[in-house]
Design a protein around this ligand. Sequence first.
Ligand code: ADP
Ligand code: ADP
Length: 205
Amino acid sequence: MIAVNIEKKLKAYNGLQLLRIKKTFLPGGITRITGPSGAGKTTFLKMIAGLVSPDNGTIKANDTTWFDASQKMNLAPQLRRVGFVFQDYALFPNMTVKQHLEYATDNADWINRLLTIGGLETFASHKPDHLSGGQQQRLAIMRALAIKPKLLLMDEPFSALDVKMKSALIKDLQVLFKELGTTALIVSHNPQELDGVSRDELEIG
Ligand code: ADP
Ligand code: ADP
């Protein structure tokens, strides 16, 4: 369970805007995060990952405190062991597809399964600049899954995929999440794509 109760002053071009979020995410649940551009969806995910600090409040994962402003407690991102799919993928230009996964895990069977689910088997030795946008995006998703995260934060993770590819991948992800007990937070501009997958929604802004 992830319990979030935070405040953050967003520095928007048109002035300060207070982002205030209180929400509990249940184990194994999939939550879609919606709201207009600039509302703070990306910043919210980054605060949970430890990449941006809230101004006030707490973030707790089960019995562990990740962030507590009053105690100046802020657990380092790598210790939270969350998976993060960045909107711009943040792939490593000098690494092949396979090396991206090997960087996160040495479990060869798991790597092979992720390559299959991502439709990336035949591209295992390619570097990102020799992949299509959709392949890059699928690699970003598979890398985030490589550590078998209990919490997976996904920022517009399906934006570069065609409808058919997207629905097949979402089905595969549902199976994986169930197997791993993964809680997933998915920022989406097109929340209907998650109909039938996620009943929980957090609207920001
Ligand atoms: P969304 O993902 O909903 O489009 P973002 O989280 O990207 O929104 O950004 C929301 C606003 O927060 C933007 O105006 C941005 O300038 C501001 N912002 C982004 N990061 C920070 C930060 N670390 N501190 C304060 N404001 C931020
Ligand atoms: P380990 O401690 O096993 O080496 P890593 O340092 O590879 O783990 O990653 C720690 C956490 O941070 C993981 O949850 C990983 O998904 C995330 N992470 C770190 N850097 C990135 C990145 N560039 N893209 C996606 N996730 C990242």
